[in-house]
Write a protein that binds this ligand. Sequence first.
Ligand SMILES: Cc1cc2nc3c(=O)[nH]c(=O)nc-3n(C[C@H](O)[C@H](O)[C@H](O)COP(=O)(O)O)c2cc1C
Length: 341
Amino acid sequence: MQIGTHVLPNRLFVAPMAGVTDRPFRVLCKKLGAGHAVSEMVTSQPHLYASLKTSRRANHEGEPAPIAVQIAGVEPRQMAEAARYNIERGAQIIDINMGCPAKKVCNVFAGSALMQNEALALDIVDAVVQAAAPVPVTLKMRTGWCQGEKNALAIAQGAQARGVALIAIHGRTREQGYGGEAEYDTIAAVKRALRIPVVANGDIDSPEKAAFVFRKTGADALMIGRAAQGRPWIFGDIAHFLAHGTHRAPPRVLDAQQWLTEHLDDHYRLYGELTGTRSARKHIGWTLKQLPGGEDFRREMNLLDTSSQQLRRLAEWFGELARRHERLPLLPQPASVPLTA
Ligand SMILES: Cc1cc2nc3c(=O)[nH]c(=O)nc-3n(C[C@H](O)[C@H](O)[C@H](O)COP(=O)(O)O)c2cc1C
């Protein structure tokens, strides 16, 4: 599996998720088996480049290559400029966001709303590919704007003709938001028609589902978002299942504790004490909710407001869990992980 000249270690990607896949989380997922990670989207509006949020999103310190940065916007020239700006700051792959249905993005006609205007969408692709060369450009999109207008194939073919190196498709339309179920027929049709790699995304939340989506779509790689929240070892679980046809044991309690602690340390360093302690709660909560007694403990953790308190109580709780269990006693997961943002 290759993007431009970058050879990836495997075919399992972590999906870009604003507010989740920051640098600490990407580093964690790559360490635990993700072959590729794309940053949260960064704006293409130059007056926002210097904002704290954008500069944190552009932070790649210590992240294993290739560094992929997702840009969002509606102006071909601004998007081209954003590609150059991020490449100067270390991006080795530029990803165009045509998949995000978030209001903030779509109100300015970016994200998946762009799929409604194929000409503009392809003008953006053209401008970004030319500005980024020789850095490869990837594209993330949905199956279309609405049920009646599933134009992923037309946009994908246009993007391929303009030099895009890889296309990732979330199997839902913009209209669907995150409702209903992802469908994979459209992704399969795009895969059959293209020669560049196609990545399937949407509702992949178990090794069996991953194997199913590979079979159903013929995709070159899979992209996993919500199911990796609190379960970053899912990439390794899926890789094991694809290689051996069996499930590997859940992580050892002490390993999971160490991963979480290292992740939180990195998180506090990036966001600082105040913001970091607050934004760490969601990662802590996702980890705990899959463990017996985790829901009560999550509520207690949400009342703590320093990083040292969070780390101390987590060490006590996991220490107690490790006395009773060698491996994480994971609760059965719901079939699909509900949307949390
Ligand atoms: C909290 C959250 C934030 C997201 N932010 C982005 C984003 O910044 N860019 C993007 O292309 N997609 C974004 N997405 C969409 C995901 O990349 C992915 O396409 C979607 O969640 C479906 O995959 P999943 O079922 O594996 O979660 C986001 C999704 C979630 C849940």
